[in-house]
Ligand binder design. Sequence first.
Ligand code: FAD
Length: 480
Amino acid sequence: MARVSGTGGGTHAVVIGGSMAGLLGARVLATYFDRVTVIERDWFPEGPEFRAGVPQSRHLHVLLVKGLELLEQFFPGLRKDLLDAGAEIVRWPADVLWLSPVGWSRRFPKSLSLLSASRELFEWGVRRRLAALPNVRLMDGHEATGLLASRDNADVTGVQVRKRAERGLGGTGVSTESTPLPADLVLDAGGRNSHAPRWLVELGYAAPSETTINPQLGYASRYYARPKGLHTNWKGLFISARPDSPRGGIIFPIEGDRWLVTLAGYGADYPPTDEAGFMEFARSLRSRVIYEALDDAAPLSPIRGYQRTENHWRHYERLDRWPERLLVTGDAVCAFNPVYGQGMTAAALAATTLDRCLREQRRQRPNGDLNGLARRFQREVAKRSGAVWLLATGEDLRYPTTQGAKPDLVTRLFHRYVDRVMEVATEHADVHLIFVEVLHLLRPPRALFRPEVLLPALRGRRAGALDVPPLGSAGAPLPA
Ligand SMILES: Cc1cc2nc3c(=O)[nH]c(=O)nc-3n(C[C@H](O)[C@H](O)[C@H](O)COP(=O)(O)OP(=O)(O)OC[C@H]3O[C@@H](n4cnc5c(N)ncnc54)[C@H](O)[C@@H]3O)c2cc1C
């Protein structure tokens, strides 16, 4: 790969942000560059613990099965690491009581295996594996404050870096001086707060146009100890919101014998963070199963809210001018309403796109020239994000309170068709599995139009909606 003067020690890539998108991007870069440095503002905790730069980690993070597959490809053995650290396998639908928007779903034995854990554990598992690579350096407690560029600003040549307060010193001791860190390639994975738009303007480029579709969704979450001696044949409870009842909730098991309970409301109907309000919100869901399960569970934390959940796309791919050697990935490009659990998997998909683009670059320009890579990457990432964006925003457009777009005729017809598919999926194991595989990004949305889904969907639901949760053993006939 290319070498810019002054980097020393071979080719060097710098990643801004040490969260999921940055860590996975660094994993790919480590294959192509002699050295990779990940700059992270926070000091990384030793173990799977909270850190301020990822405030959303206190809320349930479902890792889609596609995301788990990709993580395992990047770090063979990671799944076992996570299981050893207390992550749990949850079979969907066998282990989950799900009140879908169209009624209770049966719990077929034919299932996808999800790995359920806290966001902190997923990130820690990836970080630990990455840190073990000999050519990767995690430079935590450091903040990127700007980009370095060639004299004509045509090439990004590194970042300006400032050290933050020493670990454990709170706000004191912040260095005001920033130092240059030269690099052959810079990958910005700074999340929703990425400074890339401002930095581009400082270099004389335009900021990207942005699309925002905001369902005004709010979360409130709390950790609980799983009740001792509780014998259930379910591991998770999930009550979906729907436009006429825009409140939902979920209980999922995480490491440490805990439950993470997340309540969510659309249209600015935010779940309260005080004890009484939180419980009242849980009681007001379409079923009381979550409220009743919490009756016996001991809280382990305060209740925490989060409202920055809008779908937000920065269209770097549309810019006419773009500096070489600067790439942007993860939430910094495209962040989704989190309720569909896509963010970490989208970050992993972007890392595979980076891998493909770097491989292609090497094939086309074996001399290590990086010109053209950045633009190709932004276009490819945009293309791949498009499908995920449509899944997330398409659902959000069902809610009249969603800001930023209205459903057109095609979207409304699609909603009606998906409702039919969901109805049939509540009673038809094969349709259910295909539907869930689409949600987990294992199949493209067009799989919903395959004959094995289309024909049952046209015939419609046979047995009628269940009006009680299927508490019998997974897949068994329902209680009368
Ligand atoms: C409430 C909520 C629930 C979610 N639930 C799910 C879920 O169920 N499943 C799922 O897959 N995803 C979920 N997500 C999305 C998921 O959290 C993100 O998509 C995922 O973390 C990838 O984001 P990222 O790495 O791009 O950015 P982030 O996770 O936001 O990380 C950005 C990182 O960059 C660092 N940083 C920023 N600026 C600088 C700088 N200048 N210098 C140095 N460091 C910097 C920050 O400290 C941080 O570590 C959820 C999000 C929210 C808000």
